[in-house]
Design a binder for this molecule. Structure first.
Ligand code: ZN
Ligand code: ZN
Length: 232
């Protein structure tokens, strides 16, 4: 009740269109802008979840064993709204956005029948985490209602931002960037992040987890940049 009154008296402005947002569970994005997110629906690759022209079994990358993770799904395409939402979550301290993002991801988790029972957020290097004050993947992970392992994986290399790098450059940049700290033998892990671009980060972490004996590695991200948009 008090929440309702406060929200009515002090509505926040939508970070995308500046319309007033009255209901707190939308965080700082209005319902109309949340609706401009485009869910990723079939046809997709059954393994990595990459949007495909038709359902024809696993994509080339999965068939050739290039993807180390066993399964990946993303909720929405990386369109303008998704980009704004992630940008504000990461760089403008709009941490309440993790709430509605978590709600969207919980639906994907159930619909796509994820089987993992330990959620591992993709870690930031400690220097970046310290300057940002939080890890956005960790905030999202905490909303999923599954056990979260925060000290399973450490990012030991402070890799420069991957934006603008090609797939092979990203892979080179990321090699040996992660280190296993926790025990994952026979565990089924769900890796969580805000966006999946080439999958290079997920693959590097999956490699480390599998070396540690993990039985299965699934990846769940809020948004995804399809290969064609990424220019690869
Ligand atoms: Zn809006
Ligand atoms: Zn695939």
């Amino acid at each position: 009740m008090i929440d309702c009154i406060l929200n009515f008296l002090f509505p926040v402005a939508c970070i995308i269109c500046e319309a007033q947002v009255f209901e707190r569970h939308y965080s700082v994005v209005c319902p109309t802008c949340w609706d401009t997110l485009v869910p990723i629906t079939p046809p997709i690759c059954p393994q990595c979840g990459m949007p495909a022209a038709a359902i024809e079994g696993p994509c080339l990358r999965c068939r050739t064993g290039e993807n180390i993770f066993d399964f990946a799904r993303s909720a929405v395409f990386f369109n303008d709204a998704a980009r704004e939402i992630i940008h504000h979550l990461k760089y403008a301290d709009r941490v309440s956005l993790a709430g509605p993002i978590g709600t969207i991801l919980r639906e994907v988790l159930i619909r796509e029948r994820f089987t993992g029972d330990l959620v591992v957020p993709v870690p930031l290097h400690w220097k970046r985490r310290r300057s940002r004050g939080f890890n956005q993947a960790e905030l999202i992970a905490r909303e999923l209602g599954v056990q979260v392992g925060n000290n399973i994986i450490r990012r030991k290399k402070n890799t420069e931002t991957q934006t603008g790098l090609s797939r092979s450059e990203r892979m080179k940049n990321l090699s040996a960037a992660f280190e296993l700290l926790g025990t994952v033998a026979n565990r089924k892990i769900i890796l969580v992040d805000d966006v999946l671009t080439t999958g290079a980060t997920m693959n590097e972490i999956a490699k480390v987890l599998k070396r540690g004996g993990a039985k299965k590695v699934e990846a769940l991200t809020f948004s995804r940049v399809p290969d064609s948009i990424n220019g690869l």
